[in-house]
Design a binder for this molecule. Structure first.
Ligand code: PLP
Length: 413
């Protein structure tokens, strides 16, 4: 056979073997041509309830009997309208407007544009953006600009815009908060964008909810917009519906994507306050929010999102999240006693630990070897350099969890 023409994401084709072929998905399992795999990373963090979750797949099937894509400017449809109402009801208080797009990156681009549009339309053209070191917000030029710079994006640096970088909020975040206060006091800061409680791609680095409260207070004092990128943390990942809920705060703009459809189909939404929406409301057409993508509010995706939102609105997810968190902490605690590992940490359903190595960082070869070791044992892992993490679908069983953690502890490091 001729080699596959597919150019894969984040894949070095020169060194990586041809991947297994996925044939069927259910629960925490991906059936492949080489046997079943336990999906310990929720297929890059998107699968929440489980693969091919029946109510979500049924909603897609039913919607597809009635609708395909319809233009979302000048037309609307029931799945998008109902989902928007559910999202406003589920979101932190004060987020009353829902703008649809189709990926986490796009939802962040939309958030940044809303923030700058807000300032321009209210006559104070603020444009500086504050970010947290080690953050990740996507792989488009704009989202790379607000994310960590490194080996992933050094080639594209000339295209990126400048931002103000704040240190990671270690140990209560005092240093980070005072740096932010000093910047915000300058009066020209448009917004701060952050991943609440846990920096995902940046190595599963975690910080406490009191930092979010501190950031909210500083934003209020200096009129800076707070953008919470909940693309990874939303839909229960941190143990609450939203990571911001741990701090009891509401951002001015919230981005959601990965778990929005339970992971079945791409969809994203950027939620904004009434004030930001109203800044774009005008007889003057130049104040329109000039953004769209062809597939805005795809009806099949919105139907999936609606089925998912109704599961959360019905309640009862809390017990499941607690059960997953408890299964994780028990196994993480056991591994923490193994002196080949360091810095065991957990937020809700996400557990992470570092393999002690000479050369840490994303390109650390040890991660690749652990991934291969797990794959041979029917477990799908994808360490971030020397950081191993487990972020399973919420339906995972104790036995499956044992196999996942067994693959990690059995690694001949
Ligand atoms: C994955 C991720 C994104 C980007 O989402 P895509 O759907 O991959 O574009 C943005 N922000 C955070 C926090 C993420 O984890």
């Amino acid at each position: 056979m001729t080699p596959s023409p597919v150019w894969r994401p984040f894949t070095q084709h020169a060194t990586e073997a041809e991947p297994p072929v996925a044939r069927r998905t259910h629960g925490a399992v991906i059936e492949t041509d080489r046997g079943p795999l336990i999906d310990a990373i929720s297929s890059w963090w998107v699968i929440t309830h489980g693969h091919s979750h029946p109510p979500i797949m049924a909603a897609i099937r039913e919607a597809s009997e009635r609708l395909d894509q319809v233009i979302f400017a000048g037309l609307t449809h029931e799945p998008a309208e109902s989902l928007a109402r559910e999202l406003v009801a589920l979101a932190p208080r004060g987020l009353t407007r829902v703008f649809y797009s189709d990926s986490g990156s796009t939802s962040v681009e939309v958030a940044l544009k809303m923030a700058l549009g807000f300032w321009r339309n209210t006559g104070r053209a603020r444009h500086r953006i504050a970010v947290i070191e080690g953050g990740y917000h996507g792989d488009t030029i704009g989202t790379m600009s607000v994310g960590e710079r490194g080996v992933f994006n050094v080639a594209y640096e000339p295209l990126m815009f400048a931002v103000d970088r704040l240190p990671f909020p270690a140990e209560g975040g005092t240093e980070m908060l005072s740096a932010f206060e000093a910047l915000a006091a300058g009066g020209d800061m448009a917004a701060i964008i952050l991943e609440p409680l846990i920096l995902g791609s940046g190595g599963m680095r975690m910080y406490g909810p009191q930092v979010l409260e501190g950031i909210r207070r500083i934003c209020d004092r200096h009129g800076v917009l707070m953008i919470a990128d909940e693309v990874m943390t939303g839909w229960g990942r941190t143990g609450e519906m939203w990571a911001c809920d741990h701090a009891g705060i509401a951002p001015d703009i919230l981005c959601t994507s990965k778990g929005l459809t339970g992971g079945a189909i791409p969809l994203a939404a950027t939620l904004a306050t009434e004030e930001i929406f109203q800044a774009h409301w005008s007889e003057d057409r130049s104040r329109t929010f000039f953004h769209s993508s062809s597939y805005t509010a795809n009806p099949l995706a919105c139907a999936a999102g609606l089925a998912n939102a109704r599961i959360w609105a019905a309640g009862g997810m809390q017990a499941r999240l607690k059960a997953v968190a408890a299964m994780q902490s028990e196994r993480l605690a056991a591994l923490a006693r193994d002196d080949r590992f360091a810095d065991a940490r957990q937020t809700g359903t996400i557990a992470a630990i570092d393999l002690k190595v000479e050369a840490a960082g994303y390109l650390a070869a040890v991660g690749q070897r652990l991934r291969a070791h797990a794959l041979e044992r029917g477990v799908l892992l994808r360490p971030l350099g020397n950081t191993v993490y487990v972020m399973p679908p919420y339906c995972i069983t104790g036995d499956q969890m044992d196999r996942v953690w067994g693959a990690i502890s059995g690694f001949p490091a």
